[in-house]
Design a protein around this ligand. Structure first.
Ligand code: SF4
Length: 362
């Protein structure tokens, strides 16, 4: 597991005897293990450290989650894409300078849930209650979907739950390579493996511990070779001198390795962050230059690039994708109605998904 550096494993007493807990501990053999009554004991330990965020990524907590499935909150004032999330793991071993989890998770260790039977039951209920239309659901909101997969093999568990559930699209979103378990199972038509992409220079300076661009694209190519659909996320798009050429190279690199027919979707989202992230990220990443830009404070309180710049960035990327006949794969992430309108000319309003923009799927 590249990038995984676990100093200590903490086990919630209530799952101490669980079969999956034992399996995870076998996979983490050699690390000190402590049984605790709740996550608070781990958080207290982590908060004593001079860099609690960095420390939180090196402590793994095995527990049971009270519930897993919720609608993606998107951002107030923005047009949602009808996404749902499964909070199976929390936190991430990678360390991106722009990651909002630094501000959001507040000392939460890398957290792995072992009560998968409950997740299985929640999913059954979810499938029953949302019988029509297209529903997308993924594990990549509060974690990287594949960063811990060699340890947990959650991907295999989830793929089997989603197999033969037409209309329910599972997305596993990552900045890691391709875990071997994904090549041992048959792909399912409604499972999308997706990678967040940025130019290699950005990955090297801002996305510590993640797989390089080449490795992510090779992983996508191998996934397609095995029969999976793939997705890509340009999020956050960063604006800096030379950005256009850098992003153009990324788009060209995609289509050298991945055919357009295998791409389910590509999201675009420009850098945005809550005010609380700024002091934290500046302290943790003093060499980063991404916050040295003009931002506006939008209605929901986050800082963003000014709207004309965001619109221009999206238009430029749309042109790059149009060059490969893939502009219909694009949608915007956490953007305002005005920006969507400018991007599409009109807004598609489906029954469940206000902004699900893929005519080739509907
Ligand atoms: S890979 Fe995603 S979840 Fe992990 S640190 Fe980077 S932005 Fe955060």
């Amino acid at each position: 597991m590249a990038g995984l550096r676990i100093k200590k494993v903490w086990v919630d007493r209530k799952v101490e005897k669980d079969g999956l807990t034992r399996k995870l501990l076998d996979g983490l053999a050699g690390r000190p293990v402590e049984i605790v009554d709740s996550v608070e004991a781990v958080r207290r330990f982590i908060r004593q450290h001079s860099d609690p965020v960095g420390e939180s990524k090196q402590h793994l907590f095995i527990t049971a989650q009270p519930s897993f499935i919720r609608p993606c909150p998107c951002t107030p004032g923005c047009l949602g894409c009808g996404y749902w999330t499964i909070d199976l793991d929390l936190n991430c071993p990678f360390d991106c300078s722009y990651c909002i989890l630094q501000d959001y998770l507040d000392g939460q260790p890398l957290t792995v849930a072992v009560n998968r039977e409950q997740l299985g039951s929640e999913l059954e209920e979810f499938f029953k209650q949302r019988p029509s239309g297209i529903t997308r659901i993924g594990t990549g909101e509060l974690a990287d979907s594949l960063a811990l997969d060699e340890l947990t093999e959650n991907s295999v568990f989830l793929i089997e739950r989603f197999r033969d559930r037409p209309g329910f699209w599972l997305e596993l979103k990552s900045k890691a390579g391709l875990p071997p378990a994904l090549l041992r199972v048959s792909p399912a038509d409604n499972v999308v493996l997706s990678w967040s992409l940025n130019p290699q220079a950005v990955i090297a300076s801002e996305e510590k511990g993640t797989a390089g661009l080449e490795e992510r694209l090779r992983a996508a190519s191998r996934a397609v070779g095995h029969g999976y659909r793939v997705g890509f996320h340009f999020d956050p798009i960063l604006h800096y001198p030379g950005w256009h050429q850098d992003y153009e190279r990324v788009v060209e690199a995609i289509f050298r390795l991945v055919p357009v027919e295998a791409i389910a979707w590509v999201s675009l989202g420009s850098l945005r962050f809550p005010p609380g992230l700024l002091p934290l990220a500046r302290r943790r990443f003093p060499q980063s230059r991404i916050y040295e830009h003009e931002f506006i404070r939008s209605a929901e309180g986050k800082y963003r690039y000014p709207r004309p710049l965001r619109q221009w960035l999206y238009r430029q990327l749309a042109e790059m994708f149009a060059g490969f006949g893939a502009e219909d794969r694009l949608y915007l992430c956490m953007e305002t109605v005005e920006v969507w309108r400018e991007f599409y000319g009109k807004i598609k309003r489906g029954r469940q998904n206000l902004a699900f923009p893929f005519p080739w799927q509907c």
